[in-house]
Ligand binder design. Structure first.
Ligand SMILES: Cc1cc2nc3c(=O)[nH]c(=O)nc-3n(C[C@H](O)[C@H](O)[C@H](O)COP(=O)(O)OP(=O)(O)OC[C@H]3O[C@@H](n4cnc5c(N)ncnc54)[C@H](O)[C@@H]3O)c2cc1C
Length: 476
C-alpha cells in the first residue's frame, strides 16, 4: 500500500500528519487486547478536510480507521489492515447549545465530560455518559451506542441522537435526521450510523437531545453477603415499577480491587448495590429510594447508607467509577483483559447469570469480576489472567465460548454497550448469522471499496487470538 504523505500534508498541514514510530505505536491499540500498527495518523480539523481525506483514501483504496479517544474495549479502533488512522479529537467544538430546543450540536471529538461541564450553567445535562466519560468522545459513543450508569432511567446514546452529518467513504457529505424530537420522513438513517463502529461513514457533526438536571438526587449503597441476593434485589427493583436513575452492582472481586487500588476501605462483602433516585419533588425521590431500600432488605441487604449531598454521593460512587481501572490491582501477577466484557441479560436472569459467570471462570482457571449497570441488564465482566502464559489465553477462549453460549441460551446479547469490534465478533456471528448478509449488503452499498474500518464486526476474523496480534508479550 502506497500512501502519499505529501498529499495528506497538503490537506491538514504537516504537523497534523504523523508517521513517528512512537505515535504509531500509541495508535496501534485501544482499551482492548489487540494491537496492529497503522502506517500514518492524520488529524483533521474541518469537515472539508475529512471529505478530502476520504476521497483520497477511496481512490487509492487505503484502509482508514476513524478514532475518538481509543477507549473502545473490543478493538474497534485498532487498524488491523494498517493504513490511515483518522484521529478526530481536533474536531472538538461544541457548535450550539439550545435550551429552547433542548438540543446540542457538537463536533465528534467533543469529550463527554466537557459537554456536560458546558451544559451545567444551563441546568442541563447529556445523560448517556459511560464510565469512561472523562475521555470518551461523542463520535465514539455514537459509533458504539454507548450507555452508562444513568441509562437505566435515561436510555442509551441512540435515544439521544436527533441528527448527524456524516462523510461517506467516497467523500460525500450527508445530513441525516432532524432538529425535531420526532420525524417520520423515510429511513431513520441516523440510527443506522449508531453502533456502526466506524464502518459506514465518519460522523463529523451530531445533534443530540439533552435533559434538565433534576433538582434532587439521592444515592444509596446496600451490602450483601451473597452475590445472588444482590442480583435478585436488582431484578426485583426493576420489575417492581420503581424508577431508579442508577442501579449498579459490584461483586467481591471488584470491591477488593478498588480497596487495593484506592485504599477505600470498603467492607469486603459478597456484593454491593448502588441505587439512585432523582426528580424535582423530594417526596417522590424519598418514596422511590425507600421502596428500593425495602426491596434490598427483603433480599438480605444490610448496612444501607444514603445521601442527597453531592460530595457524599461522589464518595459513595468513587469505587464504582474507577472499578475497571482498578481490576488489575486485584492480585499480583494477573492483568485485567477486556474480554467477554459487557453482555446484556434479561432482567429476570441477573442473579443466575452473575453466579454462572463466577462458576465458568473458576472452572477455566481465570478470575472474572462481575459488575456493571445491572439495572439495565448490562453485566460487565473482565477476564483476569496471567497474560504472559499462552495456556491462560487458551483458558480465556474456553471461557468466552462457554459464557456466550450460556448468555445466548437465556435470551441475552453479546454486547450491551461496548460493541463488537474484533474480540466479540466470533460469538456475535455465531448467535446472529441472520444479520450478516444484510449488514454486508449495507456495507457494500455505502463503502464498495471496503476502506472504512475493514475487517470489523461481521467481517472480523473468527479466530482473533491467532488472526490479530495481542498487545501483551506471551511466552509460547
Ligand atoms: C475505563 C473504561 C470504562 C468504560 N465504561 C463504559 C461504559 O460505562 N459504557 C460504555 O458504553 N462504554 C464504556 N467504555 C467503552 C468506551 O469508552 C466506549 O465504547 C466509548 O463510546 C468509546 O469512545 P471513544 O471516543 O474512545 O471511541 P474509540 O474507541 O476511539 O472508537 C470506538 C469506535 O467508534 C468509531 N468512531 C470513533 N469516532 C468516530 C466518528 N467520528 N465517526 C465514525 N466512527 C467513529 C471507531 O472507528 C471505533 O469503531 C469504557 C471504556 C473504558 C476504558
Amino acid at each position: 500500500m502506497n500512501i502519499d504523505i505529501n498529499k495528506l500534508n497538503r490537506i491538514v498541514g504537516e504537523k497534523n500528519v504523523s508517521t513517528d514510530l512512537a505515535d504509531l505505536y500509541v495508535y496501534s491499540s485501544d482499551a482492548s487486547v489487540h494491537h496492529a500498527m497503522p502506517a500514518v495518523i492524520i488529524r483533521p480539523e474541518t469537515t472539508d478536510e475529512v471529505q478530502r481525506i476520504m476521497r483520497y483514501a477511496n481512490r487509492e483504496k487505503i484502509p482508514i480507521t476513524p478514532r475518538g479517544a481509543g477507549s473502545g474495549t473490543s478493538g474497534h479502533a485498532v487498524p488491523i489492515d494498517g493504513g490511515i488512522v483518522l484521529d478526530l479529537k481536533r474536531m472538538n467544538k461544541i457548535l450550539k447549545i439550545s435550551p429552547e430546543d433542548m438540543l446540542v450540536k457538537v463536533q465528534p471529538g467533543v469529550v463527554d465530560d466537557d459537554l456536560n461541564r458546558s451544559l451545567q450553567p444551563y441546568g442541563l445535562f447529556y445523560p448517556p455518559a459511560p464510565a469512561s466519560s472523562r475521555i470518551a468522545t461523542i463520535g465514539g459513543e455514537i459509533a458504539a451506542n454507548a450507555s452508562g450508569v444513568r441509562s437505566v432511567k435515561y436510555g442509551a446514546t441512540r435515544d439521544y441522537v436527533l441528527g448527524m452529518k456524516v462523510v461517506l467513504a467516497n467523500g460525500d457529505l450527508i445530513n441525516l435526521g432532524s432538529n425535531t424530537r420526532v420525524h417520520s420522513s423515510g429511513y431513520q438513517l441516523e440510527r443506522l450510523i449508531v453502533g456502526s463502529e466506524g464502518t459506514l461513514g465518519v460522523i463529523v457533526e451530531a445533534t443530540m437531545r439533552i435533559q434538565p438536571v433534576p433538582k434532587y438526587r439521592c444515592l444509596a449503597v446496600a451490602k450483601f453477603d451473597k452475590l445472588e441476593d444482590a442480583g435478585n434485589a436488582i431484578s426485583d427493583i426493576i420489575s417492581s415499577g420503581t424508577n431508579p436513575s442508577m442501579l449498579e452492582l459490584m461483586d467481591s472481586i471488584g470491591i477488593v480491587a478498588v480497596n487495593n487500588a484506592m485504599n477505600l476501605g470498603l467492607p469486603e462483602v459478597g456484593a454491593i448495590i448502588l441505587f439512585e433516585a432523582d426528580g424535582n419533588v423530594k417526596e417522590a425521590v424519598d418514596y422511590e429510594i425507600k421502596k428500593m431500600k425495602s426491596i434490598c432488605e427483603k433480599h438480605k441487604g444490610f448496612g444501607i447508607e444514603m445521601s442527597y449531598d453531592s460530595t457524599e454521593r461522589q464518595k459513595l460512587f468513587g469505587g464504582r467509577k474507577k472499578l475497571f481501572a482498578s481490576l488489575s490491582k486485584y492480585k499480583q501477577g494477573i492483568v485485567c483483559t477486556d474480554l467477554a466484557d459487557d453482555m446484556g441479560v434479561p432482567n429476570s436472569k441477573i442473579a443466575e447469570a452473575t453466579k454462572k459467570i463466577h462458576e465458568i471462570a473458576k472452572k477455566n482457571n481465570v478470575i472474572m469480576a462481575v459488575y456493571g449497570h445491572c439495572g439495565s441488564g448490562v453485566i460487565h465482566t473482565k477476564i483476569m489472567l496471567d497474560s504472559a502464559k499462552k495456556s491462560q489465553w487458551d483458558d480465556a477462549e474456553h471461557v468466552i465460548e462457554e459464557l456466550y453460549d450460556y448468555v445466548h441460551s437465556i435470551g441475552g446479547v453479546t454486547s450491551a454497550e461496548h460493541g463488537i469490534g474484533l474480540s466479540k465478533a466470533p460469538a456475535w456471528k455465531k448467535a446472529r448469522p441472520d444479520l450478516i448478509p444484510v449488514m454486508r449488503a449495507i456495507k457494500k452499498a455505502l463503502d464498495p471499496n471496503n476502506i472504512l474500518n475493514p475487517h470489523k464486526l461481521m467481517d472480523a476474523p473468527d479466530d482473533w487470538i491467532r488472526a490479530t496480534k495481542l498487545r501483551y508479550r506471551v511466552e509460547l
